[in-house]
Design a protein around this ligand. Structure first.
Ligand code: PEP
Ligand code: MG
Length: 884
């Protein structure tokens, strides 16, 4: 393609933009432009676009042609407008150079303040303001920041020199240093710079500006920015804008100051008193860096009353304009207020729901607008858990992955058995493992929280913890297990029984009992939001639940049925496993009968409990899925037992016998082996027993309550239509026998999971045998991508994510391009064959808001997720229906 002749505009004056231009100007640039448009007091400046950043990074890290000229033109216009010049000996202009991406990435990228100072202009500033102390304080700050951010001089060197100066002068605070102290500090800082860079601190202000712009562009790709984007699913190709803005000074004396403020309390959501922090005679970074302890905003009323009143009015104005709680930065220079930034404020889950409801009540927004713009579906889960009291917590001992939100306090235990023992005895424990496996499940149930040294957000520990609504911190690499039954984290050593706190919301770990805030399950604001959501959504939300307790909990969270009851859970209790094992070990079908009969009794009462808890709502029960050897001890364990027995001259006939069966059942790749309906076809009597139990339970409930449960029997892992034909015929045969025996009529549906690519591609043919489909996106993802979840997450997936081979974890968020296409094909072709077929999804993705959005678009009838994500899914489904 030839050139179009259109000249790209890369720089916008603040007066040329507005808040609708976030893509191009970044959040900060768009918002200062908006404030300029509103006539608010904003220091003047201009923004270099996000696209220019990408051009720079992709174009060999060189300024695109024409950029320098455009910056010069805007700089000259700025100098004209404010009547000052960069580097001027008499009346110098100083600017800030700040990053600002489309999505806020707090503290991840670079900023340089006080740019334009040099040995000459500092004198001009001192003379002009009559305040040499202020001028030299600004100069030393500039050298320090430029040195750190642009020239990569380690900042400790500057900090050490500053501390030495305070020590020599016997003062505590920076503000107590005199003009003379700061003048000599400037010389010391310049020496530090020269020593590290091998050249003098740059005196040409335009060279300073170009270097700072370059540094901000580069900071888009620094390690922490990349990590932050990956964690928050922000596209790496957006780029950051660069904002060049006239400096105003909060450090000119007692009538100046700087601060940050929220229009409403960001923790509680209350509108009450203005909420924020400020410092008199300081620059912004002092507040952020915690160098001096800031004061509560209300006290500003007594210090600089006119500026305070104007600030409060301005914040109201901004909140009305943005129709959202705002987080602002301001500076007061000699009594005059300047607004430096406004943005939608980050808030706790409590504040989020309250602010949304209040703003609708105040008539600022409609309920639909509040749902789409103010409510983060994932965040509501935090309301169900105790939270770390951020205001009172000390410094964490270590950081890991915030795998499942909420905080937990308890005694350290290293084994699932110990967790179970102490937990059942009523003690609070935190289960600490290298990583968890399904064998740890019993301990996880009893623990308050889970802490692991390995694994991420979709590790076994994380998935299970999220499913149980239990806090988990995973992948804490600082954990070291000792051979003597201890664990070290940093300088602390823990033995079993020592107290620990984990905060799964922030991914932090604390020694001892950290302060917590209790949960509020009946939060009235959340209830209001859920009512709005239920009015707006078109997809139903069900839950994955395997026990009556889970079913009841799911119902309390608003689940409209069970989308997946995994029956294998019912094979695992202490009272059942030996029977299951005997059943597997049985010689032949006849030998198996008594064991199956015993299991049938258990299963029948389990199903009765679930049907009772879900009365009036559909319950999808999936027949046994995992390979049978999962119910026997492992090959390694049995081999060891046999070897030990032999070596000590004993016999262990049980181990020998089990080993023979396990060897026979052993598969190289069980994930793709005898699972699901393959098992059902080869071992029909297990499925027959399950169907009989389901239908017997259904009859009991109907007899008991007068209403039959809504029964849906689901066949797992179907790939061939013939498999479902065989299974369906068998289910109907057994069900009819039971109904005949019981002399009752109960309706039941028979359907299948779609969790293999072949099943998706043959959906039309499979639909002929099915009353419903449920997409099993866990297996569908594994089999479509060829990733085994456990192997992927413990091995190459992290590397893939870090190196951008893929940008999201496909086990968390549905892979729309691959797995999603299969779903789309299956939806279209099954509905063409059987228009009324009911379609749902029951993989982990059913509780992930981005995936829920996709399922809505794909036209599914319902999503099913863990009980603790039901509220999230209700809100996500509403947002999808509202086109958020
Ligand atoms: C699935 O594969 O998505 C599913 C729900 O089944 P499971 O996770 O039990 O394999
Ligand atoms: Mg599956």
């Amino acid at each position: 393609m030839g050139t179009t002749g259109v000249i790209t505009k890369r720089v916008y004056d603040f007066s040329e933009g507005g808040r609708e231009m976030r893509d191009l100007l970044g959040g900060k640039g768009a918002n200062v432009a908006e404030m300029t448009r509103l006539g608010l007091p904003v220091p003047k400046g201009f923004t270099i676009t996000t696209e220019t950043c990408i051009e720079y990074l992709r174009g060999g890290h060189a300024f695109p042609l024409g950029l320098t000229r455009e910056v010069t033109a805007h700089l000259e216009a700025l100098e004209q407008a404010v009547g000052k010049r960069l580097g001027d000996a008499e009346n110098p202009l100083l600017v800030s150079v700040r990053s600002g991406a489309k999505f806020s990435m707090p503290g991840m990228m670079d900023t340089v303040l006080n740019l334009g100072l040099n040995d000459i202009s500092v004198e001009g500033l001192a003379a002009r303001t009559g305040n040499p102390r202020f001028a030299y304080d600004s100069y030393r700050r500039f050298i320090q920041m430029f040195g750190d951010v642009v020239a990569e001089v380690p900042k400790e060197h500057f900090e050490r020199a500053l501390n030495q100066m305070k020590h020599r002068r016997r003062v505590e605070q920076d503000v107590d240093l005199t003009a003379a102290d700061l003048t000599s500090l400037v010389e010391i800082f310049k020496d530090i710079y020269r020593e590290h860079r091998g050249e003098a601190f740059p005196q040409d202000p335009r060279a300073q500006l170009d270097a700072a712009i370059r540094a901000v562009f580069e900071s888009w790709d620094n390690r922490r920015a990349r990590d932050y984007r990956r964690l928050n699913r922000i596209d790496h190709d957006l780029g950051t804008a660069v904002n060049v803005q006239q400096m105003v000074f909060g450090n000119t004396g007692p009538n100046s100051g700087t601060g940050v403020a929220f229009t409403r309390n960001n923790v509680t959501g209350e509108k009450g008193e203005p909420f924020g922090d400020f410092l008199i005679n300081a620059q912004g970074e002092d507040v952020v860096a915690g160098i001096r302890t800031p004061r509560p905003l209300v006290e500003l009323r007594d210090e600089i009353p006119e500026a305070y009143d104007q600030l409060i009015r301005t914040m109201d104005h901004l909140e009305q304009t943005y129709r959202n709680m705002q987080d602002v930065e301001f500076t007061i220079e000699d009594g005059a207020l300047y607004m430096l930034q406004t943005r939608n404020g980050k808030r706790s889950a409590q504040a989020m729901v309250r602010i949304a409801v209040d703003l609708v009540a105040e008539g600022v927004l409609s309920e639909q607008e509040a749902l789409t713009s103010l409510v983060e579906p994932d965040q509501v889960r935090q309301l169900l858990l105790p939270q770390l009291d951020l205001e009172r917590a000390s410094t964490p001992l270590a950081k890991g992955v915030n795998a499942s939100p909420g905080a937990a306090v308890g005694a350290v235990v290293f084994t699932a058995d110990e967790a179970e023992r102490l937990g059942k005895a009523g003690e609070q424990v935190v289960l600490v493992r290298d990583e968890t496996t399904p064998d740890d499940f019993h301990g996880m149930i009893e623990a308050q929280g889970i802490l692991t040294a390995r694994g991420g957000k979709t590790s076994h520990a994380a998935i299970v913890a999220v499913g149980m609504g239990k806090p988990a911190v995973c992948g804490v690499t600082a954990i070291r297990f000792g051979d003597d039954g201890t664990m070290r984290i940093g300088s602390e050593t823990f033995r079993e029984g020592d107290r620990i706190t984990i905060d799964g919301t922030t991914g932090t770990v604390f020694a001892g009992d950290a302060p917590l805030v209790p949960p509020d399950p009946d939060n009235p604001f959340l209830q209001t939001i859920l009512e709005w959501a239920d009015r707006a959504r078109t997809m139903a939300v069900r839950a994955n639940a395997d026990t009556p307790d889970d079913a009841a909990r799911a119902r309390a969270f608003g689940a409209e049925g069970i989308g997946l009851c995994r029956t294998e859970h019912m094979f695992q209790g202490d009272d059942r496993l030996p029977i299951v094992q005997s059943m597997i070990m049985a010689e032949d079908a006849a030998d198996r009968v008594p064991y199956l009969d015993q299991l049938r009794v258990f299963q029948t009462s389990d199903f009765e409990g679930i049907f009772r808890a879900m009365a009036g709502l559909p319950v999808t029960i999936r027949l046994l899925d995992p390979p049978l050897h999962e119910f026997l001890p492992s090959l390694i364990e049995l081999s060891e037992r046999v070897a030990v027995a032999k070596a000590t001259g004993r016999t262990d006939p049980e181990a020998v016998e089990q080993l023979a069966v396990v060897q026979q059942l052993h598969e190289v790749n069980p994930m793709l082996g005898t699972r699901g309906c393959r098992l059902g076809i080869e071992w029909p009597d297990v499925y027959r027993m399950q169907v009989a139990a389901i239908m017997t339970a259904a009859c009991t409930i109907k007899r008991e309550t007068g209403a039959a449960p809504i029964v849906e029997i689901m066949i797992p892992l179907v790939g061939f239509e013939e498999e479902l034909r065989i299974m369906r015929a068998q289910v109907i045969e057994v069900a009819e026998i039971v109904l005949l025996e019981q002399r009752m009529a109960v309706e039941y549906a028979v359907g299948t999971m779609i969790e293999l690519p072949r099943a998706a591609l043959r959906a039309a043919q499979i639909a002929r045998e099915a009353d419903f489909f449920s997409f099993g996106t866990n297996d569908l993802t594994q089999t479509t991508l060829g990733f085994s979840r456990d192997d992927a997450e413990n091995k190459f997936l992290t590397h893939y994510l870090q190196n951008n081979v893929i940008t999201f974890n496909p086990f968390e968020t549905i892979d729309q391009d691959g797995v999603g296409r299969l779903i789309a094909i299956a939806v279209e072709e099954s509905r063409a064959e059987k228009p009324g077929i009911k379609l749902g999804i029951c993989g982990e993705h059913g509780g992930d808001p981005a995936s829920v959005m996709f399922f809505h678009g794909a036209g599914l009838d319902y999503v099913s997720c863990s009980p603790f994500r039901v509220q999230t899914a209700r809100i996500a489904a509403a947002r999808a229906a509202l086109g958020a």
